[in-house]
Ligand binder design. Structure first.
Ligand code: HDE
Length: 705
C-alpha cells in the first residue's frame, strides 16, 4: 500500500508538515490564506496546490511528465549555478556610499568629485584571488577591493586590491600567473594556497614578481578583517579637468579603524574554526550598525614628476612611496547595508576597469590596458548575456539611453520606431561632445612590436625597500611565510631559485630562509638586469605595526566565563569594551550559559569548542573560584589560553584562572600583556591596553614559526 509521510501529532506543525498530509488524499489543514502568507505560484504565476508531492498514477505509481510544476521547479534548480569568477571567486559585498569631503574640481571634471558633502551610492566586493567560491577566508592571498560608484555620469568601477603592486607587468602573463597559483591541473589541489611547486616555479622564473612576493608573504596577505585593510587602485590613472588638463593619480583607500592582520598559525586555525571569518565579521559589523569606513586619498603628480621618478609610473610592480607624494584626502566610503540577496547582488555584480566617468581616464600601464579587455569579456561568460548591465546591481542609477537592443534576457529595449541614429524621426538619444567621455588626447608614436620597456627592468630595489620598511616583527613574519611556503615545494631547484632572488633583495632575509629550510649551500644570486639599489630610504607607511590604530574600537574581546563568574567585574568589563567602541562574546563550557556570582543567569554566545581564542582580538579569563578544576579538564580551555598567549594577545584574568596558565604550559612566562583583573576598576585599564592589539615582544619567548 501507498506509504506517504504522516503529519506528526502533538507538535507544532510546520507548513511542510501540513502539506505533507495532502499526500494521503486529505484536505490541507491550513491554506496559505489561513497562514497569512502569499500563495505560492509557478514562475508563470499559476497558483500551486501541492509543493510536496509529484503527480503520480496511484500512490505508488510512476510519475507523470505532465507535472509542469515539478518540471519547472527542477529545471530551474538544475540551472541555479553560474560559472564562478575565474579569479576572485570567493567574495563578499556590501552597499554604501561615497561622500566627497574635498573637491577635486581643479584636477578632475568627474561629477562625483565636484561638490563637498554630496553622497553617491556605492557597492563594494572584497575577495580572495586564488580559491574557489567555497574556499576559506583566511587563505594567504591578495584581497580584492572592488568598488562600484554609481555616479550621475555613469558607473565608476575602481577594481583594486589590498596590495598596491602586482605580480606581473604585462596582462599577457595573467593566465600563466593564475594557472600556476590555482590547483595543479593533474591532481586538482591545493585549494586556495600558494604553497606549492607550480606557483613558486612560475614566480622564480618571473623576477618582476619579487616586489609583490614581499607583500604577499607579509602580514598584508592575512588580514584580520576586510574592515582593517587598505585598498589600492594599483595602476596610475589620469584625472582630466574641465580645461582638458591631465594629472596622474594613484588611488588609496585608508581604513578608519586602522590596519590589522593575524598570524599565520592563527589563520590556519581560524580557517578550521570559522571558514567564513571575514564574511561573518562584515555581516556582523554592518548589521549591528558599526559601519566600516575608508578614506579615499589620492597621490597626484604630473609628467615632470613621472619623468624624474626613479621608476616607471606605468609599471604596476612599483609604488610611489607616500613619503615622496603624500596621499591627500578626497572623500569617504561608508558601507552601511548588506545585500538582500547574495546571488542577485554580490555574485552578479560585474566590475569592469573600463567603467570610468568623464574626468577619470587610463594610463598606458600594460596591465591596465589588458584588464580593460578582460573584464567585459569575462562578464559575458559568467552572466551569460550581453544584457548583464540590465541587472539592478549593475545598472547605472543615472538616466541612460542607447540603441543597444535584444539579446538574451533583454529588459530595456529602445521604445518607438527608431532604433538607430541619426534618424529623421527625431527620436532617441544623441551624443554630446560637451558632456561625453573624451579620451585624453595623448600623442603616441613608435614601432609596432611586442615590447617590454627598459624602464621596467629593476625588479629588486622596491622589494628590498619594502622589506627594510617593516618592523623586526614583520620581517620575521616574512621569513616565516617564505619558509612555510617553500617547505611545501617538493622540487628543490625551485626553492633554490627563489633563494637566488631573495639574495638580491636582502642577504639576511635569504640566509634566514635558507637556514630555516635547512638548505646548506646557498645558491648564486640570480642574474639581474640592473643592480638592486641600496639607497632607497625605508618607507614607514609600508608597515602595519608602525601605523597601528592604538584603539581597540571595532575589535572583539572573548570573555571566558563559568558558573560563579564575578558578575560585577563582568559588567564593568562589558561596559569598558562598549565604551571603547568594541564588542565582546561570552564563551562558556555550555552554550546555555552560566549562573554568575550574584545568582543571575548569563547566556553564552559560544561554548568553548566553538569559540576558540583565535576568533578574538584579546581575551579575558573570568572563571568562578569553584569551577576551575572542571575547566582544567577541558583541552579546549587549555588551547584557548595557550593560543591566545602564543598569538601575542592581551589576556586579562582573575586569580582563579592562574592554574589555566600552568596547564597551558606558560605559568612562568606571564608578561605585561597578561593583566590581572583583581577589582572592577581594573577592567577599564585593561581595555585601554588593548589598543596596542598585540604584545609583539612575546614572539621571542613563544618562538612561533
Ligand atoms: Fe583582475 N580580474 N585581472 N586584477 N580582479 C577579475 O573579472 C584580470 C588584476 C581584481 O569582486 C576578473 O569579473 C587580468 C589587478 C578584482 O567581482 C577578470 C589582470 C587587480 C577582481 C580579471 C588582472 C585586479 C578581479 C574575474 C591582469 C588589482 C574581482 C572576474 C592584467 C588592481 C572583482 C571578473 C569582483 C576580477 C582579469 C589583474 C583586481 C578575469 C587580465 C592588477 C578585485 O576579468
Amino acid at each position: 500500500m501507498a506509504k506517504s509521510a504522516k503529519p506528526t501529532k502533538n507538535r507544532t506543525a510546520t507548513i511542510h508538515d501540513q502539506k505533507m498530509s495532502r499526500g494521503e488524499g486529505g484536505e490541507l489543514h491550513q491554506t496559505a490564506e489561513d497562514l497569512g502568507t502569499e500563495v505560492m505560484t509557478t514562475a508563470q504565476g499559476g497558483p500551486i496546490s501541492d509543493d510536496q508531492n509529484t503527480l503520480k498514477i496511484g500512490p505508488r505509481g510512476p510519475a507523470l511528465i505532465e507535472d509542469f510544476h515539478f518540471r519547472e521547479k527542477i529545471f530551474h534548480f538544475d540551472h541555479e549555478r553560474i560559472p564562478e569568477r575565474v579569479v576572485h571567486a570567493r567574495g563578499y559585498g556590501a552597499h554604501g556610499f561615497f561622500e566627497t569631503t574635498h573637491s577635486l574640481a581643479k584636477f578632475s571634471r568627474a561629477d562625483l568629485f565636484q561638490r563637498v558633502g554630496e553622497r553617491t551610492p556605492a557597492f563594494v566586493r572584497f575577495s580572495t584571488v586564488a580559491g574557489s567560491k567555497g574556499s576559506v577566508d583566511l587563505a594567504r592571498d591578495v584581497r580584492g577591493f572592488a568598488v562600484k560608484i554609481y555616479t550621475k555620469e555613469g558607473n565608476w568601477d575602481l577594481v583594486g586590491n589590498n596590495i598596491p603592486v602586482f605580480f606581473i607587468q604585462d596582462a599577457i602573463k595573467f593566465p600563466d600567473l593564475i594557472h600556476s597559483v590555482k590547483e595543479e591541473p593533474d591532481r586538482a589541489f591545493p585549494q586556495a594556497q600558494s604553497a606549492h611547486d607550480n606557483f613558486w616555479d612560475f614566480i622564480s622564473l618571473t623576477p618582476e614578481s619579487m616586489h609583490m612576493v614581499m607583500w604577499v608573504m607579509s602580514d598584508r596577505a592575512i588580514p584580520r578583517s576586510f574592515r582593517f585593510m587598505e585598498g589600492f587602485g594599483v595602476h596610475t590613472f589620469r584625472l582630466v579637468n574641465a580645461d582638458g588638463e591631465s594629472t596622474f593619480v594613484k588611488f588609496h583607500w585608508k581604513p578608519k579603524l586602522g590596519m590589522q592582520s593575524v598570524l599565520w598559525n592563527e589563520a590556519v586555525k581560524i580557517n578550521g574554526a570559522d571558514p567564513d571569518f571575514h564574511r561573518r565579521d562584515l555581516w556582523t559589523a554592518i548589521s549591528t550598525g558599526n559601519f566600516p569606513e575608508w578614506e579615499l586619498r589620492v597621490q597626484l603628480f604630473d609628467q615632470e614628476f613621472a619623468d624624474k621618478f626613479d621608476f616607471d609610473i606605468l609599471d604596476a610592480t612599483k609604488i610611489i612611496p607616500e613619503e615622496i607624494i603624500p596621499p591627500v584626502p578626497v572623500g569617504r566610503l561608508v558601507l552601511d547595508r548588506m545585500p538582500d540577496n547574495f546571488f542577485a547582488e554580490t555574485e552578479q555584480v560585474a566590475f569592469m576597469t573600463q567603467n570610468v566617468p568623464p574626468g577619470i581616464d587610463f594610463s598606458n600601464d600594460p596591465l591596465l590596458q589588458g584588464r580593460n579587455f578582460s573584464y567585459l569579456d569575462t562578464q559575458l561568460k559568467r552572466l551569460g548575456s550581453p544584457n548583464f548591465a540590465h541587472l539592478p546591481i549593475n545598472a547605472p542609477k543615472c538616466p541612460f539611453a542607447h540603441f543597444q537592443q535584444d539579446g538574451h534576457m533583454a529588459m530595456h529595449n529602445p521604445v518607438g520606431r527608431a532604433n538607430y541614429q541619426p534618424n529623421s524621426h527625431g527620436l532617441g538619444p544623441r551624443e554630446s561632445p560637451q558632456r561625453g567621455f573624451v579620451p585624453f588626447p595623448e600623442a603616441e608614436e613608435g614601432a609596432k612590436a611586442k615590447f617590454r620597456a627598459e624602464s621596467f627592468a629593476d625588479h629588486y630595489s622596491q622589494a628590498r625597500q619594502f622589506y627594510l620598511s617593516q618592523t623586526r616583527t614583520e620581517q620575521h613574519h616574512i621569513v616565516s611565510a617564505l619558509t612555510f611556503e617553500l617547505s611545501k615545494v617538493e622540487i628543490s631547484v625551485i626553492r633554490e631559485r627563489v633563494l637566488s632572488h631573495l639574495l638580491l633583495i636582502d642577504e639576511t632575509l635569504a640566509t634566514n630562509v635558507a637556514n630555516r629550510l635547512g638548505i646548506k649551500a646557498m645558491p648564486k644570486p640570480a642574474d639581474a638586469a640592473v643592480p638592486t639599489r641600496q639607497d632607497l630610504p625605508p618607507s614607514p607607511a609600508l608597515s602595519i605595526i608602525e601605523n597601528g590604530p592604538e584603539r581597540f574600537g571595532g575589535r572583539k574581546l572573548g570573555i571566558l566565563i563559568t558558573d560563579g563568574t564575578d558578575a560585577a567585574l563582568l559588567k564593568s568589563l562589558q561596559k569598558a569594551v562598549e565604551k571603547a567602541g568594541a564588542t565582546f562574546e561570552l564563551i562558556a563550557p555550555r552554550v546555555g550559559g552560566v549562573i554568575a556570582s550574584d545568582g543571575s543567569e548569563i547566556a553564552a554566545h559560544q561554548m568553548i569548542d566553538g569559540g576558540p581564542s583565535v576568533l578574538y582580538d584579546a581575551v579575558a579569563l573570568l572563571p568562578g573560584d569553584d569551577e576551575i578544576d572542571d575547566l582544567l579538564q577541558e583541552s579546549t580551555a587549555r588551547d584557548f589560553v595557550a593560543d591566545a598567549f602564543a598569538h601575542c594577545k592581551f589576556i586579562g584574568y582573575v586569580a582563579a584562572a592562574r592554574p589555566l596558565f600552568a596547564k597551558a604550559g606558560i605559568g612562568d612566562d606571564l608578561d605585561e600583556g597578561c593583566i590581572e583583573l583583581a577589582a572592577r576598576k581594573d577592567a577599564g585599564a585593561f581595555v585601554d591596553q588593548l589598543g596596542k592589539l598585540r604584545v609583539w615582544a612575546r614572539e621571542s619567548v613563544v618562538k612561533m614559526r
